[in-house]
Design a protein around this ligand. Structure first.
Ligand SMILES: CC(=O)N[C@@H](C)C(=O)N[C@@H](C)C(=O)O
Length: 692
């Protein structure tokens, strides 16, 4: 091939919002879902830009379950609203840091409080505050009793003492944290000194009569012994009658390791005992059965140097703690289980062949059945009368939106319910591609083709590698949005190489402890296959990825000169130093081994060892608040590239984390990537983004 492509690289003629980064940032983004106890009301959280266009604000909207009317906005405030839960009386509970109109002067640093919007509309009222803020609300489905999560200072017996300790630290200018256990950070948060506790609220007080004082709400600490690093911050479920609570507790596992177990707690007394405690597994995602006699949860076996983790579902008898496997022999990784309305079945989600599908398995054992055809489902809500299921669905060509599903049927792909996140169109098409690896293994890929791609106008190709690495390209992402590239004329290849989920345990094993081998050759096989297509210009290609995808972008740079540019975001460069400084070293050391005693995998697979081989221009991107892949990786990569004279640029975000989450920074992220691709893939002059 390869006449220079004249595909546009900075703007699309289509007028699509994906061609205009400001318009792209302004597209409404649908998040969480909450169904009322009577199954008649469905709330969604929707993010839009704030007035200054410098932050995304979340508001709650109600969706018409019949699909006839457009969704209507329920809440509106500058700090936004999230975590919606319907109370049995039809009021909508949510958390928000909005000011309390009855509290006089606004707080300097307002913390999220629990609010309630009356069933028949009207003004929302604050119900509950805590000096550390209310981070989560859980509700007992039958009794309507409430438990909240709030962070409390060590040794503070009540909210007053807690507020006093915070005040004293602030007045003394102390922000230091003394740690006595591993780990000390999580994603972008420091762990401690305050740590999450669970507080029993019970029945929420009714709205006081006009002019009357609001009765104080008593908080009873159900977890007074919660200690850093994790406290009682894990997932939880309340029995429908509110009598029992099951929570995920993180416990030490060896000198610097952690694992998760399930703890059962009597809400009246706070008495607690381990429900499932397995030294060879993490337990998570517990959910009570409708009669409260059983809990379903996910068991993730601990990975070892030789074996990746494996996942299954457990059905646990609450009275005895007896657990039985619900999905033995199911060669996918089940997640987010929930009982059906009558308790005879369990729904769950799992990556499966480039989808994140909904499955159903009988609660007394049997074969799991896949219920949905396409897309990635999340936030499953089970109507308590058994009449319907609701969920959010997305796909690479569909941003998340609410759908109604039949609780029994298979082969479902329902239309989305009207919601503000629906798109008018996309600047191209999505295709499914299957490549074949050198050993004959199929490699599933999604391929985004720009509108104008054809044999006459072949499109340049960008290989985009997903993170994890135990993940799959199967759902919409605002952060890694291939349509922004498609709107500038690029085809984008999204392959699931060895280690990806949804293709069985052997597919994960192929890459275990050998990231530079099958995962890399699978990706190259996918690129080889797609480059054969007439609508692709194989002489103009680039590779990019974030996190593990950034590791792979770095690895690709050291192994081949076939790409014209490499973009590496939040990437691993020296795997030994990454593992020593990431927020959960023990997670990675199981696979890679102790670097001093088992150096082989580090010697063979760490990109920094092959730095001398890099010829391809590299754009390095990293956020200083990234505690998952700490900034040291980017600093060393950048130094190593500069030292060797490799053409490179470093887009550094002092205040961003692993993902780059603020609208302005997300826009310059895309702008810089597009400029770098235009420079190296199209040979255009470098356009420095105006604000950088
Ligand atoms: C604990 C842990 O690191 N989990 C992984 C899913 C992860 O965060 N991977 C990073 C490096 C990524 O997104 O690739």
């Amino acid at each position: 091939m390869s006449e220079p492509s004249d595909a546009p690289t900075t703007a699309s003629p289509s007028g699509s919002p994906f061609a205009d980064l400001a318009a792209f940032a302004a597209l409404p983004r649908v998040g969480g879902l909450a169904l009322s106890a009577d199954g008649r009301r469905l709330a969604i959280a929707v993010q839009t830009l704030d007035h200054e266009k410098t932050a995304w604000q979340s508001a709650l909207w109600e969706v018409d379950l019949e699909g006839r009317r457009p969704a209507r906005r329920l809440t509106r405030s500058a700090p936004g609203e999230s975590s919606p839960v319907w109370a049995p009386d039809g009021s909508l509970l949510f958390t928000s840091a909005r000011p309390d109109p009855g509290a006089g002067e606004a707080a300097e640093d307002p913390k999220p409080a629990l609010w309630s919007l009356p069933a028949d509309g009207g003004e929302a009222r604050p119900v509950l505050t805590h000096p550390g803020g209310i981070s989560r609300v859980a509700l007992a489905a039958d009794s309507g009793e409430v438990v909240v999560t709030a962070s409390a200072m060590p040794g503070a017996g009540d909210a007053e003492a807690d507020a006093e300790r915070r005040k004293r630290r602030k007045e003394a200018g102390v922000t230091a944290i003394l740690h006595e256990a591993y780990p000390v950070r999580y994603w972008d948060s420091d762990l401690g000194p305050a740590t999450p506790h669970l507080f029993w609220v019970g029945e929420l007080p009714a709205e006081p009569d006009a002019g009357a004082e609001r009765p104080p709400v008593e908080l009873r600490d159900l977890t007074p012994d919660a200690v850093p690093p994790s406290g009682a911050g894990g997932d939880l479920t309340l029995s429908p009658d509110g009598r029992l609570l099951v929570r995920v507790e993180s416990v030490p596992d060896g000198p610097a390791g952690r694992r998760d177990r399930l703890v059962l707690l009597e809400t009246a007394t706070g008495e607690a005992r381990a429900l499932v405690d397995d030294p060879l597994a993490d337990l998570g995602a517990p959910r009570f059965s409708p009669d409260g006699s059983a809990v379903v949860c996910v068991r993730e076996s601990m990975s070892t140097h030789d074996e990746p983790p494996d996942y299954t579902l457990l059905h646990v008898d609450v009275a005895t703690g007896a657990a039985r496997e619900l999905t033995p022999g199911f060669d996918r990784w089940p997640s987010a289980p929930q009982f059906s309305a009558d308790g005879t079945a369990v729904y769950f989600l799992a990556d499966d062949d480039g989808r994140h599908a909904l499955f159903r398995v009988p609660a007394d054992g049997g074969e799991p059945v896949r219920m949905t055809t396409d897309g990635a489902y999340s936030d499953l809500q089970v109507a308590r009368d058994g009449s319907a299921l609701y969920a959010l669905r997305s796909a690479y060509d569909e941003p998340p939106g609410p759908v109604r599903l039949d609780p029994e049927a298979t082969g479902q792909h329902p239309d989305p319910l009207p919601n503000p996140g629906t798109l008018a169109g996309l600047p191209g098409t999505l295709q499914e591609v299957e490549a074949t690896a050198a050993d004959g293994t199929p490699v599933h890929c999604w391929l985004v083709l720009p509108e104008e791609a054809s044999a006459e106008r072949p499109a340049p190709l960008v290989l985009w590698v997903h993170g994890g690495p135990l993940m799959s390209w199967n759902s919409w992402s605002w952060r890694w949005c291939p349509w922004v590239l498609a709107a500038r004329g690029y085809a984008v290849l999204l392959p699931d190489p060895a280690l990806s989920q949804g293709y069985g345990q052997d597919f994960v094993r192929r890459g275990w402890g050998a990231w530079g081998e099958a995962p890399y050759t699978d990706l190259m096989a996918a690129v080889d296959a797609v480059e054969q297509r007439p609508e692709i210009d194989e002489s103009r290609t680039a590779a990019m990825g974030g996190s593990f995808g950034g590791y792979m972008a770095n690895w690709i740079a050291t192994q081949t000169d076939r790409f014209r540019a490499i973009v590496t975001h939040a990437s691993l460069w020296d795997v030994d130093s990454f593992i020593g400084t990431t927020d959960a070293a023990y997670y990675w050391e199981k696979e890679w081994g102790d670097p001093l005693r088992q150096p082989k995998r580090y010697e063979q697979n760490s990109p920094h060892r092959y730095a001398d081989a890099i010829r391809t221009p590299v754009l390095v991107i990293h956020g200083d608040r990234d505690y998952r892949v700490p900034i040291g990786e980017a600093l060393r990569l950048w130094y190593d590239l500069q030292k060797r004279g490799v053409p490179s640029r470093f887009l550094y975000f002092p205040n961003e984390n692993h993902w780059v989450l603020t609208p302005g920074n997300a826009q310059v992220w895309y702008e810089t990537v597009l400029s770098f691709l235009a420079e190296h893939v199209h040979g255009q002059d470098w356009q420095r983004p105006e604000l950088l």
